[in-house]
Design a protein around this ligand. Structure first.
Ligand code: 16G
Ligand code: MG
Length: 562
């Protein structure tokens, strides 16, 4: 067929480096931008097939999120704006790794397996973040999409592309499939939520935003004029001088537990950081004592679910709400939500798609990873019940007010995926409506001290987990070792899992004190190292020697008679 000849000819212009093997992981493909041209072209081909297969518009986002500027990556977006179906992740991996001569057979295999009608029209939306490699790489995607079937949105945040794919496939029911449409929908809802809040001072309307020198900064600037000064943003790390994600952004702040560089924070002031493609957000402030306070995804989920629960009670609506977290959620947040707020809690494996699917099972599903990625999903039934109540002339004023607030809350949320801008507007609206300061929000519960470490082993996949990654089933003896280490500390918990984005095993530990959390994380790391085939690394040797040295000292002093 002529179609295949064209693919053959074009693919020669996007050659695959021989022997390069990549995997479509939790965040799509992600690696140094130099190695991605063929992957982009092939993801253009695959998105076209997926579009024919679903008879709907498919999105392709070129981004490496919080990775350094020199990396890039690509993610496919399914018709309702969600992550691409799991079996297509497998096809993506096959296609990306096929050597040049095997590309056509690999394509034909997918067409056969999915019984794709090749005469069906296709439509693919392409977007990219601000990385310098993005223009060329998104052009490579478009080369893979047959010329008539692609629409290039250029610079957009990841959640904006998810949103526009969903708008397109719902024939505009979810909103208008343009960036302007996105600004209008979210900002109108935000203004409706906040406009009638009494006595809001300019101080309360003010927020410092760290744009991670990325696409989120550009888009916040564009959106500002729609917000009618109901939110007054001081934007830092706007990309005019700093480097993308370098010592700034949500990932830096969460991992380092400190303020980003480039943000002028005054004591007690509310600040937030986006990541490089603006699908994560964390909040923070510094106290008068100079202490840094982080409000991560767990605190955000708590604020949002508490607000929604109160509104549901006021509205007298019987809707089933749940909060979905991962094993990384701070134990204090789970405790608080389960025992004090009496909210249904779910725990899933790490990775947005897992949380998203779990949240879909409820009338209202609030999901957040601790790292700040999350959103809220409302079922069709929930949306209808809320709408009916808001329009019901016989309902009481209190019920009506709650229903209207719920309606505008739904509209300020990007339900397709976690979204820094949408989450920021929602959080700001809740704080305004509840008349709450960032300090009061922070005080809802106190985080348990925790520590995360990485261990390098020959093959991280020898670790197999169960119970939403909270228990290890292999290698033999590892879980028993973790259990006995955890018993040594109060309020302790620890788990290990192979990373989906790096070639390492991740170790998480929390306990009553920071010293205990640190010690537990180190001990569990050593158990992983011993039982899962650790690789000796210079830094680990230094760590052991130091630890042994102190051990010896303790032994020597301990055995001395004073
Ligand atoms: C990816 C995931 C994120 C997850 C992280 C875990 C998406 C869009 N992103 O960034 O949700 O927290 O991977 O990384 O799903 P890890 O497997 O290396 O710990
Ligand atoms: Mg991201």
């Amino acid at each position: 067929m002529a179609q295949f000849e064209e693919v053959s000819q074009k693919s020669a212009l996007h050659p695959k480096p021989a022997g390069l093997v990549l995997q479509y992981g939790t965040a799509g493909f992600r690696t140094n931008a130099k190695n991605l041209d063929h992957v982009m072209f092939r993801m253009g081909l695959l998105a076209t097939l997926r579009s024919k297969n679903t008879k709907a518009t498919i999105g392709v986002m070129v981004t490496a999120s919080h990775n350094p500027e020199e990396d890039n990556g690509v993610k496919l977006i399914d018709p309702m704006g969600e992550m691409v179906a799991m079996v297509w992740e497998g096809y993506a991996t096959q296609l990306a790794n096929a050597e040049q001569d095997d590309l056509l057979p690999a394509l034909k295999d997918i067409i056969k397996r999915e019984a794709i009608n090749m005469t069906q029209e296709a439509n693919v939306f392409v977007g990219r973040d601000t990385r310098s490699s993005g223009a060329c790489l998104s052009q490579a995607v478009l080369d893979g999409v047959s010329t008539l079937d692609g629409h290039n949105y250029g610079l957009v945040t990841t959640p904006q592309l998810h949103y526009m794919v969903c708008c397109q496939n719902t024939q505009g029911q979810y909103g208008e499939a343009t960036v302007e449409g996105y600004y209008r929908k979210l900002s109108q809802a935000f203004i409706r939520l906040t406009k009638n809040v009494p006595n809001r001072t300019d101080d309360q309307k003010h927020l410092c935003v760290d744009g991670a020198n990325g696409i989120g900064a550009l888009k916040v600037r564009e959106m500002e004029r729609h917000l009618e000064r109901e939110l007054q943003i001081s934007l830092f790390n706007d990309g005019s001088s700093g480097k993308l994600n370098h010592q700034c952004g949500a990932d830096f702040v969460k991992v380092q537990q400190k303020a980003p560089t480039g943000v002028e924070m005054t004591v007690g002031e509310r600040c937030c950081s986006f990541d490089g493609d603006a699908d994560r957000i964390v909040y923070y402030y510094s106290s008068s004592a100079g202490r840094f306070h982080l409000l991560d995804g767990d605190k955000i989920a708590t604020l949002i679910s508490t607000f929604l629960k109160e509104l549901l009670t006021q509205a007298g609506l019987d809707l089933k709400m749940a909060v979905v977290q991962t094993a990384y959620a701070n134990g204090s947040s789970t405790q608080y939500l389960e025992n004090t707020m009496k909210v249904i809690m779910k725990c899933t494996k790490t990775g947005v798609k897992h949380l998203h699917h779990a949240a879909q099972e409820f009338d209202i599903g609030v999901y957040f990873e601790s790292n700040g990625h999350g959103t809220v999903l409302f079922s069709k039934t929930a949306e209808q019940k809320i709408k009916q109540l808001a329009e019901d002339s016989t309902s009481s004023d209190e019920k009506k007010r709650a229903a209207l607030l719920l309606q505008n809350t739904i509209n300020v949320i990007n339900q397709t995926v976690g979204d820094s801008i949408s989450d920021m507007l929602l959080i700001e609206a809740i704080l305004a409506i509840k008349g709450m300061t960032v300090q009061q929000w922070d005080a809802i519960y106190s985080d348990l001290p925790n520590r995360q470490l990485k261990v390098r082993v020959s093959n991280p996949r020898v670790i197999d987990t169960t119970d939403a990654e909270r228990r290890a089933v292999s290698p033999a003896g590892l879980q028993e070792a973790i259990d006995s280490l955890v018993k040594k500390y109060r309020q302790a918990r620890s788990f290990v899992r192979p990373s989906g984005t790096e070639d390492v095993v991740r170790v998480y530990a929390e306990a009553e004190t920071q010293e205990s959390a640190d010690a537990l994380a180190h001990e569990v790391s050593l158990a992983v190292y011993r039982l899962a085939g650790g690789k000796i690394h210079y830094r680990q040797i230094v760590m052991w020697l130091t630890m042994n040295f102190f051990h010896q000292l303790v032994n020597v002093f301990g055995s001395m008679k004073w």
